[in-house]
Ligand binder design. Structure first.
Ligand SMILES: C[S@@+](CC[C@H](N)C(=O)[O-])C[C@H]1O[C@@H](n2cnc3c(N)ncnc32)[C@H](O)[C@@H]1O
Length: 242
């Protein structure tokens, strides 16, 4: 008897379901749209989940080839220390002094670069400081370069005072920059020091997060507190042997 009841249910519901699936709808075309919407959400969620992992994965080759540091962002406390130091030393810089003799707008002619700019946060911070005519980031990792470029693209205030280039820092010439920021790691610091020594002009400033540049004389470093380990160098005084 029960079996018969079940049979009846099956035979009465199947045509209805068939009808629904044939039309692709319960009321109108909602299920099809829902499927597309779900696929879109699934794709977006997957991309958002995978992208940071991809960024970390892609930051490994330069490390293995001893061409740069893995991706580690500079957090806000460290940025505050960095830019406090930069502001203080830019105002004392010989370069600024030379420029002030030529123009009233001296501070707005300064150029900032971050070597290995990651997601662009340090470049954006430099732009917000309002002391640089241009803040530039060089980044080798395509995923991080895309993140920085998208953020720049959707924020009009950064359109004219920032630029990002997907390039190897070793293939750039740093001659035009007045303030150079780097968050490297120990195996590259000595070689980086030689590059900076050859390319930077007198009066330029180098700020190195965490790692010191071997053989250079530091002008300012914050070895205490939250933002400890920011080393600031003046060119050419930093080349005087310690
Ligand atoms: C420690 S992270 C610093 C990121 C960013 N400057 C910050 O402070 O938030 C170092 C960055 O350098 C990049 N990098 C490593 N080797 C590089 C190279 N040869 N040329 C350009 N960028 C490089 C890495 O992909 C990574 O994003």
């Amino acid at each position: 008897m029960q079996a018969n009841d079940n049979d009846t249910t099956t035979t009465t519901t199947t045509p209805l379901l068939d009808n629904i699936y044939e039309q692709g709808t319960v009321c109108g075309h909602l299920p099809n749209n829902n499927n597309k919407y779900n696929s879109f959400l699934f794709g977006l969620g997957g991309t958002l989940f995978l992208f940071p992992h991809l960024a970390i994965l892609l930051s490994l080759p330069p490390v293995l080839r001893r061409r740069g540091a893995p991706y580690l962002p500079t957090f806000i406390n460290k940025q505050n220390v960095m830019f406090d130091q930069i502001r203080k030393h830019v105002s004392q810089s010989q370069l600024l002094h030379n420029m002030q003799q030529q123009t009233q707008q001296a501070s707005s002619q300064l150029r900032f670069v971050d070597l290995g700019s990651g997601d662009g946060r340090v470049v954006f911070r430099a732009a917000r400081e309002g002391i640089f005519v241009k803040s530039v980031g060089y980044e080798i990792n395509p995923a991080l370069h895309i993140i920085a470029s998208v953020r720049r693209f959707i924020t009009p205030r950064y359109w004219f005072n920032t630029n990002f280039y997907m390039t190897d820092l070793w293939k750039t010439n740093l001659h035009q920059y007045d303030v150079v920021a780097v968050y490297g790691f120990s195996p590259i610091m000595e070689r980086l020091g030689h590059k900076l020594e050859q390319e930077l002009r007198p009066g330029s400033i180098v700020v190195s997060n965490v790692f010191e540049i071997p053989g250079w004389r530091v002008s300012d470093n914050n070895m205490n507190g939250i933002g400890k380990g920011v080393h600031l160098y003046h060119v050419p005084e930093c080349f005087d042997k310690r």
